[in-house]
Structure formats: structure tokens, C-alpha cells
Design a protein around this ligand. Structure first.
Ligand SMILES: Nc1nc2c(ncn2[C@@H]2O[C@H](COP(=O)(O)OP(=O)(O)OP(=O)(O)O)[C@@H](O)[C@H]2O)c(=O)[nH]1
Length: 397
């Protein structure tokens, strides 16, 4: 069997320094024949010029393939698959380095390398192996972008009119799904600010290797042939998920020194949907990331997922409560996952809220008090919940 070619994917918001880092790695990597795929949405492809002119590229025999009118995660998946397959079959390269566009989410890119594409009949897992998912964060712009409250559409950076993503959502997706987190442009930030930023990134992404850089100067061994990528492990690496699973074992006193902390709010009484939505709209600014499962009294069958990052907060149905499934199906779940019975309520089953809050200088007692005041009062609890106003009007089948 031929050896599978390792692949590193660079993600990171527009202008964070991906191209700069890629050039540095290409110039300083001595032993590997690296093929580069750059995926850029802009009409004038500056990345292409930079790489084409970069010294050392011809010396080290990199091949440059430019995907020019879409992004890896959506419109150009087909192109990417075909290009990677073609490069891999050529057989004269040792490594593939991909720079995805600043607005692409890493999960679909990683999926491209992890599963067979049935539509195109291309199975990249035969030729390559995802080795490292790198996310580059701009230390100078991070807070500005994260707290901007702007959408990609407003910044004219969206994939199309239907692209409703906020900048903060994209940044958090990129941070929460990676093996190596590069904090670039450290020259533009004070030492103290950098320390704080590093701590918050650690709280958001505790598993990835965190590396500070200036002008993308990184040891190529930190992002090539690291062998770090494991889909399941990376999928479970986000700080909010660790907090949910491990609770306080996850905390390091050192982090709390910088005012950064996290906790899980739990309740077995449902939220009044209107009051909860109002709270989400005016969350305290100290909250950097809130995510978790929510029990809303007006939505008895489905668990809701709240995902907040910066000033963007989204609530959507995520799955049926086990208690809302037909009895036979419930039995199947109990057999497969007996641990769900540990917290089972006689009347309400698995329905409960578990919300992770990560932030800076959080006033924990105050936030708990605010959330408690969104729960049904005794009177509301004993009256029919269907009469409560529904802020969402979702339709699902
Ligand atoms: N001061 C400073 N500037 C940097 C650093 N790294 C990159 N830059 C500059 O930041 C700008 C953007 O860098 P790029 O490497 O093009 O960023 P990118 O992530 O590839 O950008 P897109 O392809 O648009 O997503 C360039 O002008 C770089 O010279 C750094 O560490 N410090």
C-alpha cells in the first residue's frame, strides 16, 4: 500500500497571518517536498502572488495550486477533493499544506479528509491523512473582531446573501476546532494583554498546543508531521464541553488569577422562554462564551442549544429530549447509554438546563441570580405551559 500523504490545514480569520506563516514554513522547511493549496475568495488573488514570489519555493520544489472562486468548506469542496487526489496520485510530494480562506469553518474541511465523498466517489482517506489543524489568531484584532457584533455580510466578506454568520461565530468555530492554536502579531500587543488573551484562548480551547508568533515565525515541526489530528478528540476539545464534562476539575487556579473563570449553570426547572431570550439579548459583557443545553417550558419535546460568542447569541432546537421519545425508543437509549438514568427525573426525565459560562471577571452569584429569575415561578410552574408566549415559532417535523 502506498504511504498516505500527511496534510496540514491552516485556518484563521482574514488577515490573521496565514500566508505570512505559510511562506515562513516553506522557506524554512528543508526536507519535505510540499504541495501548497491556497484557497482565496478575493478576485485579485494576493495570496497567490505572495507565494509565487516568495523566495525558496522553487528551491524546495513546492507545487502551487490555486483555487480561486470559492471557499474550501462550501462551493469549492469538489475542486479541493479533485486537486488533492490529483496531487496525491502524482506521487512526487511528501506533504500537502492547505491555506483555507479566512471565512471557512474548519469542521467541514476536516470532514472532507475524514470521510468518503459519495457524490464524487472520492475517498481522500486512501491517499492522505489529516495531520494537523492549525488556527491562526490575530492577537491585535481579536477582541475588536470578537466584540464587533458584525456579520460577515455587513463586512462584505460573506460567501453569499444567505451566509448569516457573525464574525464572532466564525472566530469561535476556528478556535474550538484545532490542534495547534497560533497567536500571531504578538509584536502589536503589550505583554500583559498577551498574557490575558492567551489565558482566555486556553479557556476556550484547552487541548490545542498554543504557540505565540510574530510574522508567522514558527518552527515548521510545530505544524508539519505533528501527528496530532484525531477527529473525535478535536471535536471534544472545546473549553465549554470540557467544563460540562469535567466541571471544576477543569479549572486551573492560575487562570483564575487573570480573572478568567468558568462554571456550569444547572437547573431542573424550565426557563420562561421570553424571559430567557431577553436575558440572552442582554447578557453581561463579562461573558465571553456561553454554550449549553436549555430546557424551555414552551418547548417540551426538544432540547434547545444556546451558543453565544461575543455579542452574537443563537438559540435553536438541537434534539428531542429522551423523555419525549416513544417508550420503545427510550428503552433502546437506556440500554446503549445507561448513564442517562443517573440524573433521570420521575416526572420530567432528562429535561434540564446545563449551560457553561466562560468569561472575564464574572460575577458568578449575580449571573446565577439573573438566570434563576428567568426560571418559571411557582405560579407559572403550576399553570399550563402551552399558554406561555413562544418567542421562536419554529416548525419542525
Ligand atoms: N505587525 C505584524 N504584522 C503581521 C504579522 N503577521 C502578518 N502580518 C501582516 O498582516 C497582514 C496580513 O497577513 P497575511 O499573512 O496576508 O494574512 P492572511 O491570514 O493570509 O490573510 P487572508 O489571506 O486575507 O485571510 C500582512 O500585511 C502581513 O504582513 C505580525 O506578526 N505582526
Amino acid at each position: 500500500m502506498t504511504k498516505r500523504i500527511p496534510v496540514t490545514v491552516l485556518s484563521g480569520y482574514l488577515g490573521s497571518g496565514k500566508t505570512t506563516m505559510m511562506n515562513h514554513v516553506l522557506q524554512n522547511n528543508k526536507d519535505l517536498r510540499v504541495a501548497v493549496i491556497v484557497n482565496d475568495m478575493s478576485e485579485i488573488n494576493i495570496d497567490a502572488e505572495l507565494i509565487a514570489n516568495g523566495s525558496g519555493i522553487s528551491r524546495t520544489e513546492e507545487k502551487f495550486v490555486e483555487l480561486s472562486n470559492g471557499c474550501i468548506c462550501c462551493t469549492l469542496r469538489e475542486d479541493l477533493l479533485q486537486e488533492v487526489e490529483r496531487l496525491a496520485k502524482l506521487g512526487n510530494i511528501d506533504y500537502i499544506l492547505i491555506e483555507s480562506t479566512g471565512i471557512s469553518e474548519p469542521i467541514p474541511v476536516a470532514q472532507t479528509f475524514s470521510y468518503l465523498d459519495e457524490e464524487l466517489g472520492i475517498d481522500l482517506t486512501k491517499f492522505c491523512q489529516l495531520d494537523t489543524m492549525v488556527t491562526v489568531v490575530d492577537a491585535h484584532r481579536f477582541w475588536h473582531d470578537f466584540q464587533s457584533g458584525e456579520s460577515l455580510l455587513e463586512r462584505k466578506e460573506a460567501v453569499g446573501e444567505l451566509d448569516e454568520r457573525d464574525v464572532a461565530d466564525l472566530l469561535i468555530d476556528q478556535i474550538e476546532f484545532c490542534d495547534v492554536l497560533v497567536l500571531n502579531k504578538c509584536d502589536l500587543v503589550s505583554a500583559e494583554e498577551l498574557e490575558r488573551l492567551e489565558r482566555i484562548l486556553r479557556a476556550l480551547q484547552p487541548e490545542a498546543k498554543l504557540i505565540r508568533t510574530t510574522n508567522g515565525v514558527i518552527d515548521p515541526a510545530d505544524i508539519l508531521n505533528t501527528g496530532r489530528f484525531d477527529f473525535e478528540r478535536v471535536s471534544e476539545s472545546a473549553g465549554w464541553l470540557k467544563e460540562l464534562e469535567l466541571g471544576h476539575e477543569n479549572h486551573t487556579p492560575e487562570t483564575e488569577e487573570y480573572g478568567i473563570s468558568s462554571f456550569t449553570y444547572k437547573s431542573k426547572r424550565p426557563f420562561h422562554p421570553m424571559r430567557f431570550v431577553e436575558w440572552c439579548d442582554q447578557m453581561p459583557e463579562s461573558i465571553v462564551r456561553a454554550k449549553g443545553i436549555v430546557w424551555s417550558a414552551r418547548h417540551q419535546d426538544v432540547a434547545l442549544l444556546l451558543s453565544q460568542a461575543g455579542s452574537s447569541a443563537k438559540i435553536e432546537p438541537v434534539s428531542y429530549w429522551i423523555a419525549a421519545l416513544p417508550k420503545a425508543q427510550q428503552q433502546d437509549v437506556f440500554q446503549q447509554s445507561p448513564e442517562v438514568l443517573e440524573d433521570w427525573d420521575e416526572e420530567f426525565g432528562d429535561r434540564m438546563t446545563q449551560l457553561v459560562i466562560i468569561g472575564i471577571d464574572l460575577n458568578r452569584e449575580d449571573i446565577i441570580k439573573q438566570l434563576d429569575s428567568c426560571l418559571l415561578t411557582d405560579e407559572e410552574f403550576h399553570n399550563p405551559w402551552e399558554r406561555l408566549q413562544d418567542p421562536f415559532n419554529w416548525e419542525w417535523h
